[in-house]
Design a protein around this ligand. Structure first.
Ligand code: HEM
Length: 195
């Protein structure tokens, strides 16, 4: 099947940027865990700072590339459409209450869009948290970095940013897997049409 843009390398219907972002999100997790271990167990504050700044730059590059590709080059909807989980569908009373009664939609969106909504909550909050935690750490820790009055707040928000990153990677993986996993998928949805 031919899709607009550049195909990825993981053997699914995803574009190159989606594959790269998925790999980056998974690769960041062990490095993040190592960076926190470094500061917690080894008190390597300077190395923790360097690793965190490198991770922040890598994430910023991945997000920029992803946004350019998804918005201007490859898109994702055409690639997700063959999935049986793309089309709007009939769903349980809770989804109907939330989507139709409260949000005024005509039908409950397919799983692809529901998973995307959950993923976006984590992805957007993670981006905001990483910017805030990094900028505050750069401003408030001395050079070279040492524990101080900012430590308590940094530990709290740093842990939140790290857990948020984990949730972003998990929900991002689900969003990738649900609509894009097979190269040649024929829609056999019982859905009630596109949104
Ligand atoms: C998004 C970026 C960052 C995250 C997620 C993060 C995460 C963390 C976490 C979770 C801890 C606490 C470890 C523990 O439980 O004891 C910590 C400690 C620390 N971080 Fe970061 N960090 C980030 C960026 C930075 C930067 C840029 C600097 C330096 C400018 C820095 C300097 C420190 C220092 C000095 C400590 C030790 C605080 C103390 O225990 O008194 N961090 N960080």
């Amino acid at each position: 099947m031919d899709f607009p843009g550049i195909d990825g390398f993981l053997g699914t219907r995803a574009s190159l940027a989606l594959d790269l972002v998925l790999v980056a999100m998974v690769a960041i997790l062990p490095v993040l865990a190592w960076s926190i271990w470094l500061v917690k167990r080894r008190r390597r504050y300077e190395l923790h700072k360097k690793v965190q700044l490198a991770l922040a730059l890598a994430l910023a590059a991945a997000i920029t590339l992803f946004e350019i590709d998804v918005r201007l080059v490859s898109g994702w909807r055409e690639r997700a459409m063959p999935s049986p989980y793309y089309a709007a569908t009939t769903a349980g009373p809770l989804w109907t209450l939330l989507c139709c009664d409260l949000l005024g939609m005509q039908a409950v969106p397919g799983w692809v869009f529901r998973v995307l909504a959950v993923h976006l909550v984590f992805a957007v909050s993670t981006t905001a948290l990483w910017i805030v935690v990094t900028v505050r750490a750069l401003r408030r820790f001395p050079i070279p970095p040492q524990p101080g009055p900012h430590s308590l707040s940094h530990r709290l928000w740093g842990q939140l940013a790290a857990w948020d990153m984990l949730a972003t990677a998990i929900t991002g993986g689900v969003f990738y897997w649900v609509p894009l996993r097979q190269l040649n998928e024929i829609s056999h949805s019982k859905g009630v049409g596109r949104l």
